[in-house]
Design a protein around this ligand. Structure first.
Ligand code: UD1
Ligand code: CA
Length: 453
């Protein structure tokens, strides 16, 4: 397969009006990654070779957004939206470079399976001129029907052009097509627009090729390969399918998910074996978890690295740059951002750690806040190995606490504390014997006088 050259053409010139969005349709995300990037990834996994992206006129945002995920792709503009064959021909310059295989995919069909693409390419290698990836469904409405004669694919009929009899066919066009490069332009140039929609249908090349006695083949893949996203409900449906697959994959690779349907992964989440994830956990982009970690319920984790045997949550929020080293612990109602929590350090309760380093084995008491921001700039807090930060302390950055430093509870620390020092940063307590009782009696008599008067 790898010796065959390949061009993957991704069609994305559609307007996507039903998304009701200022964002171009194919830039809406599934698992945190734009749909079109999912398609690019699938194409790459199938050995896509060169990439051509067909976008609509004036789609600058779309071009930038999509090319970010496919920097090597060449963008082609389809000036007028005259149908899928017309869209493919927008990439004529690329096609005419001469490829063995041409793959056509839709940018709004994000769940395509690289194996279905690879299987279609295999058919080309075996001599087919056109390969259509079909799927079977009980509800074929809206899809092009695969018309077969004597077991051979002879045409694809769009729903609007189907006879009543043809409408009953449940074998449908999923939208993925593979075309032998040497036939591609010749076939595409013969497509006309005499159909119900007056469009140039890519699907017509099947009939054209079959009439020329070229080998036309239908392969079969699952419905997900054809799931086109037109509105937010379908977007959520695709997200659901993606998440279900990812959970399954995580569990089969040794991750325990106690309530899998409540755990949400991103496209790039890495999670090691023997990690236990409790219910209702969200992984945003950029999370890497080593083995044996415990992620307790209701944690929200994004852009964080979690080393082996760490303990996170419940109700923890790890933001980008959180870097937990082996056996570190970040407990309930703690937020960690852009900070290293070194081996075995504990940030157990109700704490904000931002722009900081917490040394190995340090203990951060409840309610500790690193005051890292003055409204204009961010400042760093460095906490040494084995330090102890008493509860409800504010560490006003920039500041450092030395190794083994000890901060008294309720301190506001504005100056750095040397190794092994004890620092108090709070007003001294005054205790006045008997004064509490005296005060209470005075208040009681004032209150009684007010009631009488
Ligand atoms: C298409 C297929 C149909 C198949 C279905 C699967 C054709 C003629 N029909 O129908 O057989 O069952 O997909 O989902 O191919 N696009 C452009 N420029 C255009 C027209 C379309 O870029 O001028 C892009 C769209 O952005 C979209 C894709 O091509 O990503 C498919 O177009 P769409 O109009 O959704 O085709 P369907 O009617 O769904
Ligand atoms: Ca569609």
């Amino acid at each position: 397969m790898s010796q065959r050259s390949c061009l993957s053409i991704i069609l994305a010139a559609g307007e996507g009006t039903r998304m009701k969005s200022a964002v171009p349709k194919v830039l809406h995300t599934i698992a945190g990654l734009p749909m079109v990037a999912h398609v690019v990834k699938a194409a790459e996994a199938a050995g896509s070779g060169d990439l051509a992206l067909v976008i609509g006129h004036g789609a600058d945002e779309m071009r930038k957004g999509a090319l970010k995920f496919a920097p090597k792709a060449e963008a082609f503009i389809q000036e007028k939206r005259l149908g899928t064959a017309h869209a493919v021909l927008a990439a004529r310059a690329a096609i005419s470079k001469g490829y063995d295989d041409i793959l056509v995919m839709f940018g709004d069909t994000p769940l395509i399976d690289p194996e279905a693409l690879a299987a279609a390419r295999l058919k080309l290698a075996e001599g087919a001129a056109v390969v259509v990836v079909g799927f079977r469904t009980e509800n074929p409405s809206g899809y092009g029907r695969l018309i077969e004669k004597a077991g051979k694919l002879v045409a694809i009929r769009e729903e609007k052009d189907c006879s009543d009899e043809e409408k009953k066919i449940t074998f449908c066009n999923g939208g993925l097509m593979a075309v032998a490069g040497r036939h591609a332009l010749k076939l595409l140039d013969q497509v006309g627009s005499k159909n119900a929609k007056g469009e140039y249908y890519l699907t017509d090349i099947v009939e054209i090729a079959a009439a020329q006695r070229l080998d036309v083949v239908a392969t079969e893949a699952s419905f997900e390969n054809a799931l086109g996203i037109n509105n937010r409900a379908e977007l959520a449906q695709a997200e659901g399918i993606w998440q279900a697959r990812r959970r399954q994959e995580a569990m089969l690779s040794g991750v325990t998910l106690i309530a899998p349907e409540t755990v949400f992964f991103s496209h790039d989440t890495e999670i090691g074996a023997d990690t236990i994830v409790e219910p209702n956990v969200w992984f945003g982009p950029g999370v890497k978890i080593a083995t044996g970690a415990k992620i307790h319920a209701f944690s929200h984790i994004e852009g964080a690295i979690i080393a082996s045997n760490c303990d996170v949550g419940p109700f923890a929020r790890l933001r980008p740059g959180a870097d937990l080293r082996t056996k570190a612990k970040v407990g309930n109602f703690c937020e960690v951002k852009q900070a290293i929590v070194e081996e075995g350090a504990k940030v157990n309760h109700l704490t904000y750690i931002g722009d900081a380093r917490i040394g190995a084995g340090a203990n951060i008491g409840a309610g500790t806040i690193t005051c890292n921001y003055d409204g204009y700039s961010k400042f760093f807090t460095d906490i040494g190995e084995g330090a102890f930060i008493g509860s409800n302390s504010s560490l006003v950055a920039p500041v450092s606490i030395g190794k083994g430093g000890y901060i008294a509870s309720g301190s506001v620390i504005t100056e750095s504390v040397p190794d092994d020092a004890l620092a108090f940063g709070r007003a001294r307590q005054r205790t006045l014997p008997g004064k509490g009782k005296e005060l209470r009696e005075r208040f009681a008599s004032i209150s009684a006088a007010r009631k009488k008067g």
